[in-house]
Design a protein. Structure first.
Ligand code: SF4
Ligand code: SF4
Ligand code: SF4
Ligand code: SF4
Lengths: 198, 966
């Protein structure tokens, strides 16, 4: 009888001690959970183009967290959709064509002799990637340009072109190998090579 | 010399060496190619910036491009010649892409520029030597082309235990370093000594594979000879012992931790080629313009090592090594393990090109088709980096980059050992390369996205701040508005300046406004003066109005200014300016009085001797003086607008008086003129005109006197207004106009009725018998009277005017108005009833028999009398001519249907008027006694008042009479 009581007493004591430790750890090592909107926003390409129908990437991130479809971001394309699908644990769906199509990365280029210096493009650019002053020639800081297209519309003399960013030796990436070719699966070492009659 | 301990590393393979071919021939020296192509990005980091333009001629060793930032390098002309182009050319890169290159057309002279060797490098500071090496364009010549000075700087992060010179040259086919050591042993050792001096490592070890016995022997001999501390470590041949991390492990037994650099564990590695280049630059002053390259492969008839100028096209070297075009199947830059296939032989040799492998089909067969991984684990055993290649393959294939990273993908040196051993011919390295570049791309785009986000948010914050600022300003303006609008109310028509937020701005604006207002005022006053001189009465009135308005503006502005300029400037304009102004005002008043007195005297003389031209002239000049003085006075009065409220009221009165005075004077002048004319033509009316003149003069005098003591005049305005009201009161004028309109309407109505009667076929007799003709006449009479009144109201007297009679009592006027309204209402009612009767089909006789026509007539009559009363100051002649009728009518009217109450109030009113007039007379007589010098003026007043009294009494009698009749 005494042993039973002793065992119960020890167990109670232990549970109290561990409970206290756990409670302390919960407070002490509390991690502010990354809100889902931030995580979504981090996946979005931050082009700030508004093609998704929201005034910027973060508003779309908020909309997604509120249940909007994940396939409204053309600059992000399929990769972004895939990443969002992984994050939100939903089905990856094809890009919604209503919001535009995925294009190669582009930057705005101002034909500088034609610019009249109206500053309209500066006002349109969501990331302040255009440099210029009233009645002065304007130019795009290519490194800052997200290729959002928003400056093209307002230009009264249509001197802004969206130019595809070509691959240079510095930005070139290795292609993924073809993978296992269809033919290589059918290889029979003793079989005749080629001239297969169908 | 010491022999270093040798360790070993995991994995590694033993591919066929194939090094002998290129060592058959001695070091070759190819001829100058037709052009040298120098890519600006021959190294890791930022591309160099070209210093030359197309067409520039350059000497051998001249700098043609400088570094572009920290991680960058210099570039030099490999030979003398001209810059023929700076353009995109194909470069030696696995992508087969083009990049910007400086193209030099050699002149064949190979003329060196002036070389400046750094002989005293031991005395120079380390930084200076590093800078010198940077300017000499030295980069790592073994692998990626890392700028040497940057690597050396990084080596000082930790104290160096080992300085390792990499002479392993483990990759098959390549013998460039072997040849270099053989050819330039001394230079190599000297270069190592320089670097050792710079980095001060505990141990200096040359790591060399045991497949280079000649080179080892040469080194050994020299080191022994120089009694150098350099250790020679001969390592067994195993691929990839030349890998930096692998060699470090071989020589020191230490492993470079994942994601770290050798410098982090106190080790520095340099390639033998780099050491020789350092020697050449320090001792010879030669920049890095050439290198040792192996030309090998079955497709070459004369495989060999060459010392080749940078920028030499591969095609030129193939020619030099006598390539067999039919045999050439695959052109590879680098070795068979780590090199990459070249698409074109036009690409140039760069600082990192250690081998050109022109392979035949047999030598480098096309890779067998990839098959599924059988999980044999051979790759894992071969991997020198101790990775799990097949695991990485899965992650790479399924694009699980994160997991691949967790499995240390970035520790893979892309040695190709795993691919080499894989029985399934899986191009493992290609998968890893793809994964690596995908990850790098994602990282870069993440950085860019973060930047874009930052910029976007910064812009949004800025815009929000701007909007908030605007809003705040708007609110401030709104707050400021009420106080401003208070000022606005005082200056009803004033256009007050918009109030800016800061007070000082406010006051400034107000001051400016005041200045503008004052200048406008001055202009107006000037115009007024001119008008007064030119006797344009209408202009005077209008201008006077403007002037007073402007005065008000300025006054209100000044008040505002006083409010806005706080205690700091209390003694500002108003108080300070008031004193002198009021002084001036006094003076001006005195002036006016003096001139007035003089004028009077002269005019009296003129009366006595009307023919005296001199006197007349004097009168004119005095009058002009007077008007000027008055203008000055009014101006001054305007400039003291900040006076207290009661004063302001008086000044209003004063203004009116002034205007009256001006008008009266104008009248005097006119009459004088008329007199002159009359005298000229000996007209009989001379006397009458003279009398007029006298009267007008008197009036002017009175007004001037009133001006002199404005307070007293203000206190008893009624006494005088009866004389001047006709001319002045705008209200009265308006009323008269309305009366006129009504009278005209009455005439029209009467005419209409008459026309109606005619239409109805009534003959003339009948019509005459009806009341309408009578009414018409009455209305016409009334109209005439009113029109005359109107004329008299205009200041110029067209007919000799006897002093007017009716009291100008405001109360009485009001009451009369009420009466008028009642009478009019009565007329309307009567008319309505008549029309109603007509509508009901009653014939004329019936209607006439009813009381309404009668009533209508009565009411109309009464209206006429009332209106006449109102215009009682009209000239007596008209009144007299009009009188008999209204009297009759009155008698009739009151005998029948006039509301008795009306008559009673009338009676009362008249009684009051009479009483007031009597009181006035009494007062005036008293004043006459007390001030005999004003006798004339007072007497005049008494007379006028008496007239008034008489009129009132006459009216009273009439009214009582009519009352009696009812
Ligand atoms: S420059 Fe034009 S395309 Fe580029 S980010 Fe700005 S608005 Fe968009
Ligand atoms: S909108 Fe067009 S014209 Fe105006 S500043 Fe921009 S580039 Fe120049
Ligand atoms: S390529 Fe990478 S994974 Fe393959 S053996 Fe070499 S280091 Fe290991
Ligand atoms: S060697 Fe090839 S087949 Fe074998 S485990 Fe590695 S990847 Fe798979």
């Amino acid at each position: 009888m005494l042993t039973v009581l002793l065992a119960i007493g020890i167990l109670v004591l232990l549970s109290l001690i561990f409970g206290a430790i756990l409670g302390y750890a919960n407070v002490r090592f509390h991690v502010e959970g990354d809100p889902i909107v931030d995580q979504i926003d981090a996946i979005l390409p931050q082009t700030q183009c508004g093609q998704c129908g929201h005034p910027g990437c973060r508003p779309y991130a908020e909309a997604i967290s509120n249940g909007e479809a994940i396939n409204h971001c053309p600059p992000g394309g399929q990769a972004t959709i895939q990443a969002l699908a992984d994050l939100l644990d939903v089905e990856a769906i094809p890009l919604d064509g209503d919001h535009g199509t995925e294009t190669a990365k582009r930057v705005a280029v101002i034909r500088e002799d034609e610019c009249i210096g109206c500053t309209k493009c500066i006002q349109a650019c969501p990331v302040d990637a255009i440099l210029g002053a009233a009645k002065q020639m304007h130019t795009v800081i290519a490194d800052e340009c997200t290729g959002c297209d928003l400056c093209v519309e307002p230009c009264p003399v249509d001197c802004i072109d969206m130019v595809e960013v070509g691959v240079t030796a510095k930005t070139w990436t290795w292609n993924k190998p073809q993978g296992i070719a269809e033919t290589s699966l059918n290889i029979i070492a003793t079989d005749r090579q080629a001239e297969v009659v169908h | 010399m010491q022999t270093a301990t040798i360790f070993s590393f995991h994995g590694g393979i033993h591919p066929p060496e194939n090094k002998a071919q290129s060592l058959q021939l001695p070091l070759g020296k190819p001829s100058l190619p037709r052009e040298l192509i120098l890519p600006l990005g021959q190294h890791i980091g930022q591309s160099s910036r070209p210093l030359v333009k197309v067409g520039d001629s350059v000497l051998k060793g001249e700098t043609i491009a400088i570094n572009n930032g920290f991680l960058s390098s210099f570039l030099h002309a490999p030979t003398s010649g001209t810059v023929s182009a700076i353009e995109e050319r194909l470069i030696a890169h696995p992508s087969g892409l083009s990049d910007l290159c400086i193209v030099i057309k050699p002149d064949g002279q190979d003329t060196w520029t002036t070389l400046a060797p750094l002989y005293d490098w031991q005395e120079n500071s380390r930084t200076d030597v590093l800078a010198y090496l940077s300017e000499m364009g030295i980069v790592g010549m073994g692998g990626a082309g890392f700028p040497t000075q940057v690597k050396l700087q990084g080596a000082h992060k930790n104290p160096l235990t080992h300085f390792i010179i990499n002479a392993a040259e483990c990759e098959p086919y390549i013998t460039a370093d072997d040849m270099l050591i053989r050819e330039k042993t001394l230079e190599l050792v000297l270069g190592i000594e320089i670097l050792q001096h710079l980095v001060e490592a505990d141990n200096v070890v040359i790591g060399i594979e045991d497949n280079k016995p000649t080179a080892i022997a040469a080194l050994k001999a020299l080191i022994t000879q120089r009694k150098s501390k350099i250790q020679l470590a001969v390592v067994p041949t195993k691929y990839p012992s030349g890998g930096e991390k692998q060699l470090i492990q071989l020589l020191t037994g230490k492993e470079v931790p994942s994601g770290q650099y050798p410098a982090d564990i106190g080790i520095l590695c340099q390639n033998v080629g780099t050491c020789v280049a350092v020697h050449d630059s320090i001792y010879l002053g030669k920049p890095l313009i050439s290198r040792f390259t192996t030309l090998t492969g079955d497709a070459l008839n004369a495989p060999q090592n060459v010392e080749v100028l940078l920028g030499t096209p591969v095609a030129h070297l193939l020619d030099y090594a006598d390539s067999a075009a039919d045999k050439l199947h695959r052109l590879v830059m680098g070795g068979p393990m780590m090199g990459y296939t070249l698409d074109s032989a036009a690409v140039p040799i760069v600082k990192t090109s250690n081998c050109i492998l022109a392979a035949s089909k047999k030598e480098l067969p096309a890779p067998a088709p990839e098959q599924a991984c059988i999980r044999c684990g051979m790759c894992e055993q071969a991997c020198p980096a101790s990775l799990l290649p097949q695991q990485l393959l899965w992650f790479s294939k399924s694009q699980e980059h994160e997991k691949a990273e967790h499995h240390n993908l970035f520790d893979c040196i892309e040695c190709g050992a795993c691919s080499y051993v894989c029985p399934s011919s899986i191009p493992l390295v290609q998968y890893y390369r793809h994964s690596k570049s995908s990850i790098r791309e994602a990282r870069e785009s993440n950085v860019k996205a973060d930047l874009a986000k930052q910029r976007f948010e910064a812009r949004k914050a800025r815009q929000d701040a701007e909007a908030a600022e605007k809003e705040a300003k708007r609110l401030a303006r709104q707050k400021a508005a009420p106080s401003k609008s208070a000022g606005d109310k005082k200056a009803a028509p004033a256009k007050v300046a918009p109030t800016a937020a800061p007070i000082s701005d406010d006051t400034k604006k107000l001051k400016v406004d005041i200045a503008i207002g004052k200048s406008k005022l001055k202009k107006l006053q000037k115009q007024l003066l001119e008008a007064q001189e030119a006797e344009h009465v209408e202009d005077i009135n209008a201008l006077q109005l403007h002037v007073s308005e402007q005065e008000k503006n300025v006054a209100s502005l000044e008040e505002q200014l006083a409010k806005t300029a706080p205690a700091a400037t209390p003694a500002q304009a108003p108080a300070a300016a008031k004193a002198p102004v009021s002084d001036e005002l006094k003076k001006a008043k005195i002036d006016v009085a003096l001139i007035g007195v003089k004028l009077k005297k002269v005019q009296k003389q003129l009366e006595a001797t009307p023919d005296d031209q001199e006197l007349k002239d004097k009168v004119a000049s005095f009058e002009a003086d007077l008007s000027k003085a008055q203008a000055a006075l009014s101006a001054l009065g305007a400039s003291t607008p900040a006076a207290a409220a009661p004063k302001a009221a008086i000044s209003d009165d004063l203004k009116k008086l002034k205007i009256d005075a001006a008008i009266a004077k104008a009248a005097v002048k006119k009459v004088e003129k008329a007199l002159k004319k009359a005298e000229e033509i000996q007209a009989p009316e001379i006397d009458a005109i003279r009398q007029q003149l006298q009267e007008a003069q008197k009036r002017a005098d009175d007004l001037e006197k009133a001006l002199l003591n404005p307070v007293s005049t203000a206190a008893q305005p009624t006494a005088k207004t009866n004389e001047t009201a006709t001319n002045l009161d705008a209200d009265a004028a308006k009323k008269r106009k309305i009366d006129l309109a009504i009278a005209k309407a009455g005439i029209k109505k009467a005419e209409k009725n008459i026309a109606l009667l005619k239409e109805q076929g009534k003959d003339e007799a009948e019509i005459k018998a009806s009341e309408w003709p009578q009414k018409l006449i009455e209305a016409q009479n009334k109209l005439a009277a009113l029109e005359k009144e109107q004329e008299t109201a205009a200041p110029i007297t067209t007919a000799p005017t006897v002093s007017p009679a009716a009291p100008a009592d405001a109360d009485a006027a009001k009451k009369r108005k009420i009466d008028l309204a009642i009478a009019k209402a009565g007329i309307k009612k009567a008319e309505k009833n008549i029309t109603l009767l007509k509508e009901q089909g009653k014939d004329e006789a019936e209607i006439k028999a009813s009381e309404w026509p009668q009533k209508l007539a009565d009411a109309q009559d009464k209206l006429a009398t009332l209106e006449k009363e109102q215009g009682a100051n009209s000239d007596t002649a008209t009144v007299k001519s009009a009188k008999p009728e209204p009297k009759q009518v009155e008698a009739k009217a009151e005998s029948i249907a006039t509301p008795e109450a009306d008559v009673a109030t009338q009676v009362k009113k008249q009684k009051i008027a009479a009483a007031m007039a009597k009181a006035q007379i009494n007062k005036l007589t008293k004043r006459l006694e007390s001030a005999p010098e004003d006798a004339e003026y007072i007497q005049q007043e008494i007379e006028a008042t008496r007239q008034k009294q008489q009129d009132a009494e006459a009216l009273l009698a009439q009214l009582t009479h009519s009352q009696d009749n009812t």
